[in-house]
Design a protein around this ligand. Structure first.
Ligand code: DC
Length: 210
């Protein structure tokens, strides 16, 4: 089984993906980490983020071991990942890795922006996670404070809104629900309730497929 989870920044899709994978015994790939790793490789090498050829070369050099770097999680890298992810050559260089991952038995949960639309259009279950931007900003702010990082809630909200706009409005593989995706609004749900709602969606889809 392949489960595709898409949604905007800080919607909780990563945690949801991890929990669903554990529940169903599937492998999990947070595809945002791939774009983050490419962005970080460029930053570490002192290269600009606005050159498609250099960014695509970094994408072709991606080593899956890079995905474990805890520094990929910072907001600076998230912003940079959103910038380089608009380049068609970068996206093209990363498609095969994601599809190969999805195809390995026993199946996988992939979360990102274009999983249900581009990477795994045949996924058995597609979930599109949404949450009010102010709720997402509050969650992200609490996470940063818990990690001991200085944070300003207004700035976090502005960053989330800028990232939403860039991810939704890019020409190639923009953030949007696949026609057969199930919307899951987590604005009023804590993580356990969101996981339960996602499992209910998966179970309904499986029952309908039989
Ligand atoms: O989910 P995230 O915040 O880790 O993603 C970081 C950026 O990577 C996001 O702003 C856009 C890009 N991204 C993408 O374009 N396609 C994906 N499938 C996943 C992430």
């Amino acid at each position: 089984m392949i489960i595709a989870i898409d949604g905007p920044a800080a919607s909780g899709k990563g945690t949801l993906g991890k929990r669903l994978a554990a529940h169903y015994g599937l492998r999990h790939l947070d595809t945002g980490l791939i774009y983050r790793a490419v962005a970080k490789a460029l930053i570490d090498a002192g290269q600009p983020l606005d050159r498609e050829d250099e960014a695509a070369a970094a994408a072709r050099r991606l080593d899956p071991a890079q995905l474990d770097d805890p520094l990929l999680k910072t907001d600076t890298i998230g912003r940079a990942a959103s910038q380089i992810s608009v380049f068609p050559a970068v996206r093209a260089a990363l498609v095969a890795f994601q599809r190969d991952f999805a195809r390995q038995p026993p199946g996988a949960v992939l979360d990102g922006r274009d999983i249900g639309t581009v990477i795994c259009p045949d996924a058995e279950v597609k979930i599109f996670v949404i949450a009010d931007p102010r709720v997402r900003a509050q969650r992200r702010y609490r996470e940063l404070v818990a990690r001991g990082e200085a944070a300003d809630e207004g700035a976090v909200l502005a960053d989330i809104e800028a990232r939403d706009a860039r991810d939704r409005n890019r020409t190639l593989a923009p953030l949007k629900p696949a026609p057969d995706a199930h919307a899951l609004d987590t604005s009023a749900l804590d993580i356990d309730a969101a996981v339960a709602a996602a499992i209910a969606i998966v179970e309904r889809r499986r029952a309908a497929a039989h």
